[in-house]
Design a protein. Sequence first.
Length: 94
Amino acid sequence: MMHCDTYSLVIEILNSIGIFVDIEATDIDLTEYAIDSLSFITFIIELEKHFNIELPDDCLVLNNYKSLKGFCQIINELIIDNKIHLNESNISES
C-alpha cells in the first residue's frame, strides 16, 4: 500500500469519527485538533481494525502525532511487518 493511499485512508477514518481534517493538506499536526481521549482511542481502534495491525504502546500517545505523514509511515511499516510475520507463519505450517 502506498504512503499516499494510507494518508487518504487515515483521513477518511478521522472524518468517519467526527474529526474533520483537510485532505488537501500536505501534512497535518493532529495535536492541533481538539481530540479528546475517547476520540483518540476510537481513532486508534479504527486504524487497527482497518489496517489489521496492532500499534505499539509508544504510538498510543497523542503528542506523537505531530506529523500525520510520519504516523502513516509507521502504519505502513507495521503493515509490512504484519505481512512478513503472516508469510513466515504460513511457511512454518507447511
